[in-house]
Design a protein around this ligand. Structure first.
Ligand SMILES: [Zn+2]
Ligand SMILES: [Zn+2]
Length: 140
């Protein structure tokens, strides 16, 4: 489906007043429901900004990215990052209320500190004593 067709499925919202990320989209900015940051919708190298560049939180609005079909509306925390085939990073969001997971491309202005801290978390908190790694490699 072309981008134009996808946009025509739902009627265009009243000018400059769209609920996005649980905040109100006014004058091309929205307010993050999780951290309260005012985020410009433009910039960041993405047309479909679906998470806050400061705290990386999203809001559970979509079942399929962009469809706005989820009834939940709760904040989604960024819980993991992964690297796509093309080397691009994506963030896994998990809904605080219903536990739904979704994967979203990162934007150019997403906080690199926040991204790195999410990526490093499993290494900083391994589920076993770190010295066990030695023994595991001996077994192979
Ligand atoms: Zn935020
Ligand atoms: Zn949810």
């Amino acid at each position: 489906m072309s981008r134009e067709a996808a946009q025509n499925i739902s009627a265009p919202p009243p000018a400059k007043s769209v609920y996005l990320l649980g905040g109100i989209y006014l004058n091309n900015t929205f307010t993050c429901k999780a951290c309260g940051a005012d985020v410009p919708l433009e910039g960041g190298g993405t047309e479909n900004r679906n998470h806050c560049p400061k705290c990386l939180c999203s809001v559970h609005l979509d079942n399929v990215p962009g469809d706005r079909a989820a009834d939940c509306g709760a904040v989604m925390d960024a819980v993991a990052v992964w690297v796509r085939k093309d080397g691009e990073w994506a963030v896994i969001h998990r809904c605080r209320r219903c536990g739904a997971l979704s994967s979203n491309r990162i934007a150019a202005d997403d906080s690199p500190f926040k991204l790195m801290s999410i990526a490093a978390k499993p290494l900083a908190q391994p589920p076993f004593p770190i010295e066990f790694i030695d023994r595991m490699s001996d077994d192979e």
